[in-house]
Design a protein around this ligand. Structure first.
Ligand code: 5GP
Length: 188
């Protein structure tokens, strides 16, 4: 796999990482997106092979046993997600590859790739702001909200393990900073 072709965006839930990932992909047409695998059900607006490779639980487990996953995590209780080796190997032939994965998965990728991966941690401006954003989504009940905030606190403690931190206070500025980091890393 060509060096310096793996870029990871990671963040606590609610920090805006997926929005930033979409904006990065739009701004850099050469950037490939690593489509993760998951045994969870597709949501109505999701397409198999584009948003995720939706696998059966048996297939997902078989792939773990075969060592087909570069990393995988139980991101939410009972919900697994993983990066297929074949996915990033194939996409890295085309250009730099962007992964949008959780914090523990990103730590794993950093450990494996070292300086050949750029891992950017997207941080919320503050814990209060994170709480407001998670509440604003309206998708979490009180217990889930509390769980996600606790988890976010633990994740924020791991920030030093990553290559760069972008605080998502102003979205446009955060996208620009992320693009600057990526361009510096991928420049020949
Ligand atoms: P969902 O798409 O179900 O709302 O949330 C997915 C969560 O799992 C996000 O935090 C996303 O970053 C994370 N995720 C997606 N794909 C992967 C993956 O391949 N590996 C890991 N470790 N996390 C992933």
């Amino acid at each position: 796999m060509p060096d310096q072709n793996v870029i990871v965006l990671t963040a606590p839930s609610g920090a805006g990482k997926t929005t930033i990932a979409h904006r990065v992909l739009a701004a850099m047409p050469e950037m490939q997106f690593s489509v993760s695998a998951t045994p969870r059900d597709a949501r109505p607006d999701e397409t198999d092979g584009e948003d995720y490779h939706f696998l059966s639980t048996e297939d997902f487990e078989r792939r773990i046993e075969h060592g087909d996953l570069l990393e995988y995590e139980e991101v939410y209780p009972g919900q697994f997600y993983g990066t297929l080796r074949s996915e990033i190997e194939a996409k890295a032939e085309e250009g730099p590859v962007l992964l949008d994965i959780d914090v523990d998965g990103a730590l794993n990728v950093k450990q494996r790739f070292g300086d050949d991966a750029l891992v950017i941690f997207i941080a919320p401006p503050s814990k209060d702001e994170l709480r407001n954003r998670l509440k604003g989504r309206g998708t979490e009940d009180e217990q889930t909200l509390a769980d996600r905030l606790n988890r976010a606190e633990r994740e924020l403690e791991k920030v030093d393990a990553f290559d760069a931190v972008v605080v998502n206070d102003d979205l446009d500025a955060a996208v620009e900073e992320t693009l600057t980091q990526i361009r510096q890393f991928t420049a020949p």
